[in-house]
Design a protein around this ligand. Structure first.
Ligand code: NAP
Length: 656
């Protein structure tokens, strides 16, 4: 935040403050002290925190003596701040702020990351200030119609931004409530695997999350509350699906067919069409021979039925990805017998406080200590957006590609295996099965506090490794002939992630269907826009997945808002990505993606399409992407001013 800020006043005595500081993240606290004192003196002791991409986020590489010294200085500074009546905190000058940022994150990322981290944490968001927008433009905006598909995290975000700019919008949502993935993934144990102090909108941070990694209900409540307070709920047509969208050349609009749950179909007209349906919204259930014969109950984690009761039942959970490892401990505690059906093992990231509540002292600090929560977020962000990529890059000269992609990746592998060994020292039979046979980061690495491995060790749990051949009346037949006799099968088998925007039929300029244009591999310039599909903007589209998709959706929404506001400002009826810009981007995308562990041949993951190519993830350096999406470059587009159609204006009129 580049503006002065006021925090809830501190009224507590020195002893209370001192006790709360026992739970402080020292790097974040040092960031706060820089603001409280308005200088860099807290960094003058000759020590500063380090950062590690692994282990608890609070690891800071400092000695207890050094931490004590920081805490003692913090008690004095906070008491003085309290005694002055908890005044407004003035911003630090630009250079000082960059120095503090560098030190707080433990020099863990290049300087190019710093403006991005400062903006995302809300410490200085001047770099992402929206396009200046006058009353006259607001009035013009009243005639522009936007249709958003999906009322999940990214649809709500898009709606909030449209409302703030005074641009009329409608949301079409297939479910009966808002929340998207957090609505339908209500399986037992479902919680965020990104800390909520980072997994939350940058402009709606919460100091009072109950856990670092909150349960699904808390996260759903967050989105529901925001949809209510920003007036988004009134703009949503629930129980409705977009089945088809067709570009109209003659008036540069999208004609959009909406099928309602009551069977009626209506047509909407929009100037901008914004699918915000995510990559993980359509559950993927294996098509197994004999499925119809099974007499028990089947369910998918991504379309979960909360009335399911596992108590005393024989259960199989199929899949050991992010959803499976969260559900398995809960179900193992209730089922009379649990089969965990594992086709491939996944790498687990030790995350000891994964289910721990945020302690009360820490909660107090997050709420009252100026900028403490923001620095806390910046530290998380640096780790998730930079630290993890460093160890995922392929070193082509590394000789052990079958197990790791580089020396750094190999070190991580050793540490992850050490963790598995320490948890399973008493169960060598399990250890052999749970060590993945591919490099770390080829699939999503899964934070876990050990509860998954403990669940596997229960007497009533069996880890079954192999392929499923079919189902029969009584359960699962494995390819090796084993029969798993069960009452309930819970599929934790992921989503149709690479089939972007399916099952909508989207027809662009010249009658081209989007899925024909794409073939097997969906692509988009910046993950947002595609030639021949003017005024179509995707949120969380192809090639955009990063560890925190809220961060990504904010990049997308910024770009889309700049595009739409720029169109309104300049009286443009359509903008269409230039083919050459798209082709060049897609080429670079392929090269960058193929340089990362996610491209490891022979490893299946939701990152890849049926062709085996990576289509889901963002492979570029995140600050580059953040910069590319801060403002639209109209020279990347064919633009058509009012009075012309896109086809009459294939040549750029260009706007910088
Ligand atoms: P996933 O990562 O795609 O995992 C699917 C699992 O099902 C894999 O173990 C897969 O095995 C297995 N599988 C698929 N088809 C199978 C079949 N026919 N027979 C046997 N096993 C089969 O899906 P997910 O666990 O739902 O997670 C998807 C993504 O959702 C995550 O990566 C994450 O981004 C997100 N997510 C986030 C959270 C959160 O807390 N924020 C929680 C859950 C999910 P193979 O590995 O052999 O293919």
């Amino acid at each position: 935040m580049s503006e002065p800020v006021t925090y809830p006043p501190i009224t507590e005595n020195d002893d209370f403050i001192s006790d709360a500081l026992r739970e402080a993240s020292i790097p974040a606290l040092m960031g706060s002290l820089s603001h409280l004192r308005g200088d860099l003196t807290i960094w003058g002791h000759g020590f500063s925190p380090s950062a590690s991409p692994f282990g608890p986020i609070d690891l800071d590489g400092m000695t207890e003596e050094q931490r004590e010294l920081v805490r003692a200085e913090a008690v004095k500074a906070l008491a003085a701040y309290r005694d002055r009546g908890s005044p407004t905190v003035e911003p630090l000058d630009g250079e000082t702020l960059l120095t503090v940022a560098r030190l707080v994150i433990g020099n863990a990322a290049p300087d190019a990351f710093l403006p991005m981290l400062l903006a995302d944490s809300g410490i200085d968001d001047s770099a992402i200030a929206p396009r200046p927008w006058s009353e006259r433009e607001r009035q013009k905006a009243a005639d522009f119609a936007v249709l958003i598909v999906g009322a999940g995290m990214s649809g709500i975000l898009m709606a909030i931004r449209m409302a703030q700019a005074g641009i009329p919008y409608t949301i079409i949502e297939k479910n009966a409530e808002v929340g998207g993935t957090w609505l339908v993934n209500s399986y037992p144990g479902c919680r965020c695997d990104v800390p909520n102090f980072f997994y939350s909108y940058s402009f709606e941070q919460r100091p009072d999350w109950s856990h670092q990694f909150c349960e699904r209900d808390d996260i759903l409540a967050y989105f529901q509350e925001l949809a209510r307070t920003y007036g988004v709920l009134d703009k949503i047509e629930f129980g409705s699906e977009v089945t088809e969208a067709v570009w109209q050349e003659h008036d540069s609009t999208w004609r959009i067919a909406v099928a309602r749950s009551d069977g009626t179909v209506t047509t909407k007209v929009a100037n901008a069409f914004i699918p915000a349906v995510g990559q993980l919204s359509r559950p993927k259930t294996p098509a197994l021979a004999g499925a119809a014969a099974f007499r028990g109950v089947t369910c998918h984690t991504g379309a979960y039925d909360r009335s399911l009761d596992f108590a005393g039942k024989r259960v199989a959970v199929v899949g050991t990805g992010a959803s499976g490892i969260q559900a398995i401990p809960e179900i193992a505690a209730k089922a009379s017998h649990l089969f965990v059906v594992q086709r491939s093992a996944h790498w687990l990231l030790p995350s000891p406080n994964h289910q721990a509540e945020v302690p009360s002292g820490q909660k107090w600090l997050l709420k009252h200590v100026p900028h403490y929560a923001r620095w806390y977020r910046a530290r998380y962000a640096s780790r998730a957006l930079y630290g993890l990529k460093v160890v995922a890059k392929i070193d082509p000269s590394w000789p052990h590609q079958e197990r790791s992609v580089s020396a750094a990746n190999d070190q991580v592998r050793e540490r992850l295996i050490d963790h598995l060994k320490s948890e399973l020292s008493d169960r060598p039979d399990l250890l052999e099965k749970v060590v993945p046979k591919y490099p770390p980061f080829a699939t999503r690495i899964l934070p876990n506090d050990g509860s998954y491995l403990r669940a596997l060790k229960r007497d009533t749990t069996e880890l079954v490794v192999g392929e499923i051949a079919s189902l029969d009346e009584d359960g699962i037949v494995m390819a090796d002939g084993r029969h798993l006799d069960v009452d309930i099968i819970l599929y934790a088998t992921g989503f149709q992630s690479s089939q972007f925007l399916q099952p909508m039929r989207i027809v662009g300029r010249g009658g081209e269907a989007l899925h024909d244009y794409w073939g097997q591999d969906a692509r988009a310039y910046l993950g947002i826009t595609v030639p021949k599909f003017p005024n179509l903007f995707m949120v969380f589209g192809p090639g955009t997945a990063v560890f925190n998709v809220i961060f990504l959706a904010e990049c997308n929404s910024r770009y889309i808002m700049d595009a739409v506001q720029g169109m309104i400002e300049s009286d443009l009826v359509s903008i269409e990505c230039r083919q050459a810009v798209y082709d060049e981007y897609v080429d670079r995308y392929r090269q960058e993606a193929n340089a990362l562990a996610i491209a490891t041949p022979g490893v299946s993951s939701w990152y890849k399409s049926a062709s085996g190519n990576v289509v889901s993830n963002l492979p570029f350096d995140v600050p580059d992407y953040w910069n590319w999406t801060r403002k639209i470059r109209f020279e990347d587009f064919h633009v058509a001013p009012n009075g012309e159609t896109s086809s009459t204006n294939a040549v750029a009129t260009g706007r910088g």
